[in-house]
Ligand binder design. Structure first.
Ligand code: FES
Length: 111
């Protein structure tokens, strides 16, 4: 019999976020929004704007996994978007490991 302590239980472990179309991944603690966790890793795989749901720049598509969501403006996320898993990274936090696509990613300009 294996006894799990809180050290190994899910809610205290960060969730793994795979960004399939950028071939990147990062960890996101439960309760943290995806954009903040991505910025902590400094990966740049999701576009960053207002960080508060107002600009729509951080739009992503959740391909697989569960998440918690705060309200999102219909100006940026329509009902059809939601049905297809399109959300704002600054307004969701993971409830499981996630597989996402970053739709508006702009690669850094060499210069
Ligand atoms: S960063 Fe502006 S809506 Fe997410």
């Amino acid at each position: 019999m294996q006894i799990m302590t809180t050290e190994f239980c899910g809610p205290f472990q960060p969730f793994r976020i795979q960004v399939t179309n950028r071939d990147q991944e990062f960890l996101c603690p439960a309760g943290s929004n995806l954009l903040k966790a991505m910025e902590r890793k400094n990966s740049g795989c999701i576009s960053v704007g207002c960080r508060g749901g107002g600009c729509g720049l951080c739009k992503i598509r959740v391909v697989q996994g569960e998440f918690h969501s705060k309200r999102m403006s219909k100006a940026h996320i329509s009902d059809d978007d939601l049905e297809q898993g399109v959300v704002l990274a600054c307004r969701i936090s993971p409830a499981s490991d996630l597989v996402i696509e970053s739709d508006q990613y702009q690669p850094p300009v060499a210069g």
